[in-house]
Design a binder for this molecule. Structure first.
Ligand code: ADP
Ligand code: MG
Length: 291
């Protein structure tokens, strides 16, 4: 058994200066959650896979709430059930117990109000150009005309800096560019929650950092709500304003943290490094009493 889940920062409205991780740093208005409207409510969620031989429990009794404008990160070691959780929120997997609600409605299957960006570079059909890739789901799911879909697709391609590649085919793009197209395609759908499963994990380190920075900039410009999965502590601190720490398999909630005070510029700062060390300890020292 792991220690009881600990809410290190129980009150979202608490001033940053009073938080153990903040070290007196004040959070700017731009990095705080945009609204206090609860969008996603996950309660006592148990997720499992049933194979012929056995049942694999992926998560145990996981609860969390995501508010409008949050950049909510699920952080935990490989195999702790992060992807399974995200797939359940996306509606691809049904809970064995517990519940997921979006805007107060129980999630019962996939919907255009939740769009997923995956890690893989091959999530774009290779026979469609960049703009066709972004426009296609708008025509199918949003029933937009060709002209409307193209216009919206170009708008979001501009946001990710790829307007001039609109007529290129995916195989001519770098990994980072493909992920930008996938992000543009997801944002163009204007989902209630954007779901991202380790979207930068297959990129080289420098591109990965750049993409984290761009995601933050996009969030400030476009104002979406994000549920982001990663096993990288640094990435969680840079991308997220709130972080849910999950224990190793099966995933249980270890703690919930505020991280809105950090950005790309925080790398290398001593308070950032202290937070990384502290989270590492929380994730891997199971018997430690959390204070
Ligand atoms: N299709 C599946 N069938 C059986 N077990 C699975 C399946 N997918 C994942 N698992 C198991 O569920 C657990 C959680 O997996 P996953 O959600 O992929 O973890 P993470 O994304 O945190 O690495 C792991 O033990 C994994 O082996
Ligand atoms: Mg995963």
């Amino acid at each position: 058994m792991v220690a009881n889940p600990t809410r290190l920062f129980p009150n979202r409205a608490e001033p940053a200066g009073s938080l153990p991780f903040a070290d007196g740093a004040a959070a700017s208005a731009a990095t705080r959650a945009a609204t206090s409207e609860k969008l996603l409510a996950v309660e006592h969620l148990n997720l499992e896979y049933r194979t012929r031989e056995r049942i694999v429990r992926a998560t145990h009794d996981v609860s969390f709430d995501v508010y409008g404008g949050d950049r909510f990160v699920l952080l935990g070691p490989s195999g702790c059930g992060k992807s399974t959780l995200l797939k359940a929120v996306a509606g691809f997997i049904q809970p064995s117990s517990g519940s997921i609600a979006l805007d107060g409605e129980t999630v019962r299957g996939p919907g255009a109000d939740r769009v997923v960006v995956f890690q893989e570079f091959d999530q774009l059909p290779p026979w469609k150009t960049v703009v066709q890739n972004v426009a296609f789901p708008l025509r199918v799911a949003k029933k937009l005309s060709r002209a409307e879909a193209n216009e919206r697709a170009l708008h979001y391609l501009e946001k990710v800096g790829l307007a001039s590649f609109a007529d290129a085919y995916p195989h001519t793009l770098s990994g980072g560019m493909k992920q930008r197209v996938a992000i543009a395609r997801a944002l163009a759908m204007q989902p209630r929650v954007l779901l991202m499963d380790e979207p930068f994990a297959a990129l080289d380190a420098l591109t990965r950092r750049k993409m984290q920075e761009e995601l933050r900039r996009l969030w400030e410009e476009v104002n979406f709500t994000l549920l982001f999965v990663t096993h990288s502590i640094e990435e969680a601190l840079v991308v997220g304003n709130r972080i849910l720490l999950l224990s190793p398999h099966p995933g249980r909630v270890r703690a919930e943290l505020n991280s809105h005070q950090y950005s790309q510029d925080s790398f290398g700062r001593s308070d950032f490094q202290r937070s990384v060390a502290r989270i590492h300890q929380l994730l891997f020292e199971q018997t430690e009493t959390v204070q």
